[in-house]
Write a protein that binds this ligand. Structure first.
Ligand code: NDP
Length: 273
């Protein structure tokens, strides 16, 4: 019997998730379909309930509903609790609505496995303190970097994220852009500035030798952040397409208990966009 999945967002027509999950299903021989659903801004819960009543087995959730999905879930994974946001829902047979957040695992997998940069003992700069930054901070800390600095245009929001995090052996601080003093091995742009062709107003001198600049946004050409980072001396630059596919693979595993191969899907998306 075909199992039904969906992604809820508003807007949603641009979403690559249906393409990604269709590719995973073909590759692993899973009998499932996956559609994009435009949820009304005022009735996300109603839209999810309708899908569930029609036999939906699980769903992804994107902007602007990740916090509402967190509220809606009746049980949360640890990483969803750390993020305070949910991007994956699983409708359990006993009525439980399980909420997970796979964004951070997707980012870490892309940086460590696809780009070949272990985060352990590195110095990481996380720029931004919105939903995306909240989703990835704890999974980054769990890899035990030497240092993580969270910086944001509104610094109080960065401080709130840091206060909530479980630091472990990593030194974690928050600061304003103009207080940044260190060099970093990995610089992650988790702001939405690239969407409007802007780069956060960061000081020069952030990139260490052999550093990675990672923009969570993805687009056909280099993002403004990637171009800026190259000019600032970053050795390697990447957009967030790999993260998108890896977070989808984590969701797929939660639903189907099968790990799809991500490399051919990343390659396919790079060739069709
Ligand atoms: P939010 O709206 O929750 O947060 C936006 C963040 O960007 C805030 O920190 C905000 O700062 C900052 N910001 C916006 N404009 C500027 C600017 N001009 N200069 C400096 N800072 C700015 O968005 P999300 O966190 O949900 O998403 C952020 C990005 O991550 C988006 O581009 C999104 O597409 C991407 N993303 C990619 C994923 C992937 O799989 N590749 C997954 C999830 C997100 P302030 O607090 O001061 O307003």
């Amino acid at each position: 019997m075909t199992s039904h999945y969906a992604v809820f967002g508003n807007p949603i027509s641009h979403s690559k998730s249906p393409l990604i999950h269709a590719a995973f299903a073909r590759q692993t021989g899973q009998d499932m379909d996956y559609q994009a659903i435009l949820a009304p801004l005022g009735d996300f819960a109603g839209s999810v309930a309708e899908f569930r009543a029609q036999g939906g087995a699980g769903a992804n959730v994107t902007v602007p509903f990740k916090e509402q999905a967190f509220q809606l879930a009746t049980r949360h994974t640890d990483r969803a609790l750390a993020a305070g946001a949910v991007n994956t829902l699983k409708f359990e047979n006993d009525g439980t609505l399980l909420g997970d957040n796979t964004d951070g695992a997707g980012l870490v997998r892309d940086i460590e496995s696809n780009l070949g940069i272990p985060l352990r003992d590195t110095r990481v700069l996380l720029i931004g303190a919105g939903g995306a930054a909240a989703g990835v901070l704890q999974p980054i800390l769990d890899r035990e970097p030497a240092m993580v600095v969270v910086t944001n245009r509104t610094p109080e929001k960065a401080a709130r994220l840091v206060a909530r995090a479980i630091h472990g052996r990593t030194a974690v601080t928050a600061c304003a852009f103009d207080q940044l003093r260190h060099e970093f091995d990995v610089v992650i742009n988790a702001t939405s500035a690239s969407l409007s062709g802007k780069v956060p107003a960061l000081p020069p001198g952030l990139f260490a030798l052999d550093s990675l600049a990672y923009d969570m946004m993805y687009s056909q050409d280099d993002t403004t952040f990637m171009t800026w980072a190259r000019g600032q001396g970053a050795t390697q630059v990447s957009d967030g397409l790999g993260m998108l596919v890896e977070q989808a693979a984590e969701s797929f595993y939660l639903w189907r208990r099968v790990h799809p191969h991500t490399a051919p899907v990343i390659q396919m998306l790079r060739s069709v966009r």
